[in-house]
Design a protein around this ligand. Structure first.
Ligand code: XUL
Ligand code: CO
Length: 437
């Protein structure tokens, strides 16, 4: 039954590239086969709860701009109405998945028991709506950064009682995720970081965060949750120095605490930009380290140094995103989550729909471009050929630890080795990419 929030509207149809209908997909055709797999199964789109149904349009200089019938959602009746509209939007967009924090879906209370009771009620409501609509849960997560109890961190808080509270909250949220057949559980280190070293013990906070994540993994196995545990890196904001700075930093943390085979990463484009990386750098790094998990596809503005969470709108950027994801075998349990929000002047209900339609179309177009690059083969072949020398017996012996610096020195002298530079052909390769955009 329609809530009426979006007016009288049908699920968004696919009309093809020539369509001028703003309420139609031009590239996202869920059933279209790409490299032997349905587009929907490649992209695994998820729509997030928080930016669409919770964020009121505030910025540092101004308050609410969105006028939603469920605001302020400080009671269960409004929260239930919010859920009705949320599932209506997921269905209209034909998005196979959604994502949420506990905090997004119910009123916030001081008492853990009150929060838990409301979360359980929403879990049951979600279960019924998921059954009715076929929408699935890509990941759940706990908000451990909005309430002031978490202002000095959750797992890394100097107060052990906050650590305990955070542990209890992750237990609830992971169990809810598990009972809704969620395919992943995310931990974004919202306030796991610091503002000033003058009040911070780095070694102590690292030990706390390592133990906390080990407890999360232990609990996952205890309850039989088979989804991925994902860490979402971000270099700063809200804290000045976030501990999960980027993929490489997270990998070091996982290694240090014995978790590199248990935890993978949810990489967000905007966070990569804040870290001074490209998105594809972060994806390729995670793939190389064996910890690629999932993505948040929202981008940042390149001029402003904060997290603007905009919908993707550049095919050339996103084509490289999917190129490296496809090269790594595609998503397993992960997917493409729109952790993206409207600009605060986009106040109409259909702005929410058009933002996602545009973002999904950009991703679909980018996926097709990436698949074409792989199928044509020049780019992957070039990289393979560039390293072909490493297939020789001598090179393999160097790599396998069978040679010392003395051995290398002896051979370089004996053979009078004078290696010759070879062109990296960057412009040629960039021209090939542009053929597919
Ligand atoms: C914050 C962010 C979060 C996580 C989930 O920058 O990206 O929304 O994705 O907590
Ligand atoms: Co995110």
């Amino acid at each position: 039954m329609s809530t009426g929030f979006f007016g009288d509207i049908d699920p968004i149809p696919f009309e093809g590239p020539d369509s001028r209908n703003p309420m139609a997909f031009r590239h996202y055709d869920p059933d279209q086969m790409v490299m032997g797999k349905r587009m929907e199964d490649h992209l695994r789109f998820a729509v997030c709860y928080w930016h669409n149904f919770v964020w009121p349009g505030t910025d540092p200089f101004g308050g609410q701009t969105f006028d939603r019938p469920w605001f302020p959602a400080n009671n269960m009746e409004l929260s239930r109405h919010k859920a009705d509209v949320a599932f209506e939007m997921f269905s209209l967009l034909r998005a196979p998945y959604f994502t949420f924090h506990d905090f997004d879906v119910k009123p916030d209370h001081d008492s853990f028991a009150d929060n838990h009771r409301d979360l359980m009620e929403m879990r049951d409501i979600f279960a019924a709506k998921m059954q009715a609509t076929g929408v699935k849960l890509l990941w759940g997560t706990a908000n451990m950064f909005s309430n002031r109890r978490f202002m000095a961190g959750a797992a890394t808080n100097p107060n052990p009682d906050v650590f305990a509270y955070a542990g209890a909250l992750v237990k609830s949220c992971m169990e809810v995720t598990h009972s809704l057949d969620g395919e992943n559980y995310v931990l974004w280190g919202g306030r796991e970081g610091y503002e000033t070293l003058l009040n911070t013990d780095l070694a102590q906070e690292d030990a706390q965060m390592g133990r906390f994540l080990n407890m999360v993994v232990e609990h996952k196995h205890k309850i039989g949750f088979t989804g991925q545990i994902l860490i979402e890196p971000k270099p700063q904001e809200p804290t000045k120095h976030q501990y999960d700075f980027d993929v490489a930093t997270v990998y070091g943390f996982l290694k240090r605490h014995g978790l590199e085979n248990e935890v993978t990463v949810n990489i967000e484009q905007g966070h990569a930009i804040l870290a001074g990386h490209t998105f594809e750098h972060e994806i390729a790094t995670a793939a190389a380290l064996g910890i690629f998990g999932s993505i948040d596809i929202n981008r940042n503005d390149y001029q402003s140094g904060w997290d603007t969470d905009q919908f993707p709108n550049s095919v050339s950027e996103v084509a490289l995103t999917y190129y490296y994801i496809l090269q790594n075998g595609g998503f397993g349990a992960g997917g493409t989550n729109f952790d993206a929000k409207l600009r605060r002047q986009s106040i109409e209900p259909d702005d929410l729909l058009m933002a996602h339609i545009g973002g999904m179309d950009i991703c679909a177009q980018a996926l097709k471009a990436a698949a074409a690059m792989i199928e044509e083969g020049t780019l992957p072949d070039f990289v393979r050929d560039r390293y072909a020398g490493w297939q020789s017996a001598e090179a393999q012996a160097m790599l396998a630890g069978e040679r010392s610096l003395d051995d290398l020195s002896a051979r370089v002298l004996a053979e009078d080795l004078q290696p010759q530079p070879v062109s990296g052909r960057q412009e040629y390769l960039e021209n090939i990419v542009n053929r597919y955009i």
